[in-house]
Design a protein around this ligand. Structure first.
Ligand SMILES: Cc1cc2nc3c(=O)[nH]c(=O)nc-3n(C[C@H](O)[C@H](O)[C@H](O)COP(=O)(O)OP(=O)(O)OC[C@H]3O[C@@H](n4cnc5c(N)ncnc54)[C@H](O)[C@@H]3O)c2cc1C
Length: 413
């Protein structure tokens, strides 16, 4: 690559960077490049692909698993005393962020297939929280009662109804709370579909590592990459778990840390699940090709991307408990991804006060697939100096001003 000129350089070509590139590319007057090098553990390729707008907002994506794992360990450590901790819900503005994004996917599926030719396999499955005991029931009831305005998007099932719809489910399950519009996609294809549509609309994809951001008088004037320099007046930091390092290039301090998640995948099976499932041990999603994805751990292990028997065993046991038929299934592979975690589990979006031309689009933690669509719209508005359709204030970096930030506050398991 020779030295070049662009209006906008997007640093990081995961789902967030490619979604933003696609949205920006609708403005034909802008010249745009994505600069991306795939680092081990990049989150998009590791994701489960859940569009679990309510499920994630109430913490079901990985929180239940994490807290139960901890409590089991503590249980042993404390000589059999059970301390069950449940995940917390995120604030109302985060529900709006997720729900609005989720609504955009049917239209996006058409649009991106038409423009770039890639189908990201939107599946209208819904998400069921499978309950095993009174404790699970009370937890689900609490979720249901706490979001009365979303009752039309939830449905209760008793054991009989659950087994009628999901005949392979655990016969002792007491029922399920279904989130009717929490669907799924293929995350890898979603990223490809954004990237291809962006490319068709003129975005240049540069496979290189960003080494530095150049500023003059507090204003962005370019980036230095492993394959040459690019002059530009705007950079967008969508570098996922590595966003902190990009921020440091312009003295922007981002409280973003990698949060490890391990996943297990089965070989292809005939369709045995009509829905995605979350339980107190794991989540389970059968993808359109028949493979069943079982996820995922939540670990504070820095940039470590190894898989560990202990964690995978926990996921496998959770899946077999929910669907005993999986006991005889073969594993195809397992992997690890690094979620870009923030202390409050909310992404960091928008401009900063000390560097003109620098924009954050990072920290999407466990919902970057789901919230890529609304993020791209909000960043597009910011680039064009328009008011985003949702209030940007709770997403701005300055929400941490004066706060004692300790990184993503999870315990190592
Ligand atoms: C196990 C697991 C399961 C998940 N399940 C779900 C789910 O079901 N639903 C959901 O919505 N979300 C899920 N997530 C979260 C979701 O995957 C992330 O929030 C999302 O992928 C973040 O996207 P991103 O583009 O910000 O980061 P990434 O996909 O990590 O992309 C960042 C890119 O920037 C590149 N990069 C970094 N530094 C540089 C540099 N200096 N120069 C050039 N390139 C650089 C990286 O290599 C990478 O390619 C899951 C995550 C994990 C790990």
């Amino acid at each position: 690559m020779k030295n070049s000129n662009k209006d906008i350089v997007i640093i990081g070509g995961g789902v967030v960077g490619t979604a933003i590139a696609y949205e920006l590319s609708k403005d034909k007057s802008l010249s745009i490049a994505i600069v991306d090098i795939k680092k081990p553990g990049n989150a998009t390729q590791a994701s489960a692909g859940g569009l679990w707008a309510i499920g994630e907002s109430v913490g079901l994506g990985c929180g239940v698993i994490f807290f139960k794992t901890l409590s089991k360990q503590r249980q042993e450590a404390q000589g059999g005393q059970i301390e069950v901790q449940r995940p917390h819900q995120l604030p109302p503005f985060f529900f709006d962020f997720c729900l609005r994004s989720n609504e955009m996917f049917p239209q996006l599926a058409e649009e991106l297939k038409d423009i770039g030719g890639v189908d990201f396999k939107l599946e209208k499955t819904g998400l069921k929280f499978m309950m095993y005991d009174d404790d699970d029931k009370a937890y689900a009831q609490n979720i249901y009662d706490s979001i009365p305005h979303l009752k039309d998007q939830m449905a209760w099932m008793d054991r009989e109804e659950l087994l009628k719809e999901e005949p392979y489910a655990n016969k002792n399950a007491t029922g399920a709370l279904t989130f009717l519009k929490d669907d799924q996609v293929n995350p890898y294809l979603l990223m490809n579909s954004f990237r291809e549509a962006a490319r068709v609309q003129g975005v240049e994809i540069i496979h290189a590592e960003v080494k530095d951001i150049v500023t003059e008088g507090g204003k962005v004037v370019g980036v230095k990459t492993s394959r040459g320099n690019i002059a530009c007046n705007t950079v967008i930091n969508s570098a996922g778990a590595w966003a902190k390092q990009i921020g440091e290039m312009v003295d922007v301090s981002l409280p973003i840390t990698p949060v490890k998640g391990q996943i297990l995948l089965t070989e292809k099976m005939p369709k045995i699940l009509t829905s995605c499932f979350s339980t107190s041990d794991c989540y389970i999603a059968q993808k359109d090709n028949g493979e069943i994805l079982i996820g995922s751990t939540t670990e504070d292990k820095g940039f470590d991307v190894t898989n560990s028997f202990g964690q995978l065993k926990g996921l496998a046991e959770g899946a077999v408990k929910a669907f005993p038929i999986l006991k005889n299934m073969n594993c195809k592979r397992s992997w690890t991804g690094l979620r870009p975690g923030t202390p409050d589990e909310v992404p960091i979006l928008g401009k900063v006060s000390n560097v003109d031309g620098y924009i954050n689009a990072c920290g999407h933690f466990r919902t970057g697939i789901l919230t890529s669509a609304i993020t791209s719209k909000m960043i597009n508005d910011i680039v064009h100096d328009r008011e985003p359709e949702l209030d940007i204030t709770p997403f701005l970096l300055n929400r941490f001003d004066g706060a004692e930030v300790k990184g993503y506050t999870i315990e190592t398991v």
